[in-house]
Design a protein around this ligand. Structure first.
Ligand code: NI
Length: 191
């Protein structure tokens, strides 16, 4: 390849770069999707209700011994740290254990972490649809020494969804409050 030809190709690549940067994130359709669930007082809640705002979505269950309380506490405190910027974010807690977590219970539990955190339950089919859309792992296990007290292994990721309802980023378990606020801030500033 001649130098001129190579230079021309590099020029073409550089010129193409900004266009490529504008193309959609390949992960945008990987997580998330429609859901139709029930909040406290029997109110039906769908994803469409939050279009135009960000959603911060977490899946877990109220009997969770340690992981959920830590992640929900972090979420609530990070939103408080963001101040007025957090007004554009709707935090949601979706149960992976609809058998025990009825809408009233999960709603009340959610409020103990943040005054605007909405707890959601539904039929097992409705929960399964949301779990599948967000690619959440949920595996029920029964301790041999205490069969009445089952647990649910579940993935512990917090999903940020954009005002278009599409996936933006994931925040893993054990992220600090300050770090979570730092991750969210640029997304909220960009809109
Ligand atoms: Ni949990």
């Amino acid at each position: 390849m001649s130098l001129t030809r190579r230079a021309w190709m590099l020029g073409a690549l550089c010129a193409a770069a900004p266009v490529r940067a504008q193309t959609r994130d390949p992960l945008a359709d990987r997580f998330g999707g429609p859901f139709s669930l029930t909040a406290a007082n029997g109110r039906r809640v769908t994803d469409a209700e939050f279009l135009g705002r960000f959603m911060l979505v977490y899946f877990g269950y109220t009997h969770c011994p340690d992981v959920c309380p830590v992640d929900l506490f972090t979420m609530g405190e990070a939103l408080k740290l963001l101040g007025a910027q957090a007004d554009r974010v709707q935090p949601l807690f979706i149960t992976v254990d609809p058998e025990r977590d009825k809408a009233e219970l999960v709603g009340e539990y959610a409020l103990s972490f943040h005054p605007r955190l909405i707890g959601l339950s539904g039929t097992n089919e409705e929960i399964e649809a949301a779990v599948r859309a967000y690619k959440v792992r949920r595996v029920k296990y029964t301790p041999a020494n205490d069969p009445a007290n089952y647990g649910v292994d579940h993935s512990s990721l917090t999903y940020l969804m954009g005002p278009d309802g599409k996936f933006r980023t994931l925040i893993p378990h054990n992220t600090s409050i300050e770090r979570m606020a730092d991750i969210l801030r640029p997304y909220l500033e960009r809109g």
